[in-house]
Design a protein around this ligand. Structure first.
Ligand code: ATP
Length: 311
């Protein structure tokens, strides 16, 4: 049904091995609305790929429910396969197959495929023509995998780290393609370690750690919550910050971390900016720069998941 979410995961648990079993996904809930791009972020080993693989029907959950386009990814695999596109982190392709032949072959398996020549051009695959998959560069393999995932005009696409290892041009081409998919009403789930990619592309971000969603929302909402933003300005060293603090709302902070460089923290908005500007005017200070620093998704990610390296 059209109004059903593209993906609905509730209480998903997935363990690997026995004695002792490793719990990769530990009670995860995730809803992906139709026609949106959802980015799944998380440190290495957080359970992103496992979650996506369960949704793709490649793994059987140990507990919880998963519905993809309203169907069960395992039981209804045959009905789902032509409706979803999957780009895996690696593999999934016969290594001896020639790049473009494989793409054309995949296109022929679908009722209403995209124009292969257009995809080849868009993703810069023309040079790969008759080259065997295993002889393509890592970036070319990635782009071919992306083309194969979308050529069937799927309703829903899963992209696992689609731009890992890509050069900046290919990265931009991939972003443009994802934006177009979204504009065509395709639902997209992508995992990524690039926070700027999530900020650029995603309507909704889910941050996963320890096999659970620990925060979610639009990138803007995630960046707004929590710690405050700051305003920086440069001026002559040794300004009297006591008088600035008196002019600012209570709980604001004004410091000079290095001579002539000032930082104001608090509820950074038009009012605070006006207060700082008028204080500068009163004290004959002409700032050589004023910048508002907002938290980035990377700041939020590191605040939530910590800075220790993961296995
Ligand atoms: P990354 O960012 O490194 O790709 P991820 O968030 O995608 O990580 P998963 O690949 O889902 O994480 O792995 C989650 C946990 O499950 C990890 O501890 C991993 O070692 C473990 N794991 C994943 N696949 C298997 C497997 N086939 N057998 C055993 N353990 C596995």
């Amino acid at each position: 049904m059209e109004h059903e979410p593209a993906v609905e995961v509730a209480g998903l648990v997935k363990r690997y091995g026995t004695r002792p079993a490793k719990t990769a996904v530990d009670g995860l809930d995730l809803t992906v609305l139709r026609g949106t791009v959802t980015a799944v972020l998380g440190p290495n080993g957080a359970g992103k790929t496992t979650t996506v693989e369960v949704c793709e029907g490649f793994r059987r959950p140990d507990a919880g429910t998963v519905r993809v386009l309203g169907l069960d990814p395992l039981r209804d695999a045959a009905a789902l396969r032509p409706r979803i596109g999957v780009m895996l982190q690696s593999g999934g392709v016969y290594p001896g197959a020639r790049a473009q032949e494989m793409l054309r072959h995949t296109a022929r398996l679908h009722a209403d495929p995209l124009d292969v020549d257009m995809l080849v051009e868009r993703l810069g695959l023309d040079a790969c023509g008759r080259t065997a998959y295993r002889r393509l560069s890592g970036g070319q393999q990635q782009r071919l995998a992306l083309a194969m995932a979308v050529v069937g005009r799927p309703e829903l696409v899963f992209l696992d780290e689609p731009t890992a290892g890509l050069d900046p041009q290919a990265r931009r081409a991939t972003w443009d393609l994802v934006r177009e998919l979204r504009a065509d009403g395709v639902s997209v789930v992508l995992t990524t370690h690039f926070m700027d990619e999530a900020e650029q592309l995603a309507d909704h971000v889910a941050i996963i750690d320890g096999g659970r969603v620990i925060a979610e929302g639009s990138p803007a909402r995630l960046c707004r919550g929590g710690a405050e933003n700051s305003l920086r300005f440069g001026g002559r060293p040794g300004l009297d910050l006591e008088t600035l603090l008196k002019a600012l709302p209570p709980d604001s902070v004004a410091v000079e971390p290095s001579p002539g460089s000032y930082r104001v923290q608090g509820d950074v908005g038009p009012q605070l900016l006006a207060t700082v500007a008028s204080w500068c005017a009163q004290h004959g200070v002409m700032p050589d720069s004023i910048t508002v620093e907002r938290r980035t998704l990377e700041d939020v990610f590191l605040e939530l998941t910590g800075k220790e390296l993961r296995g």
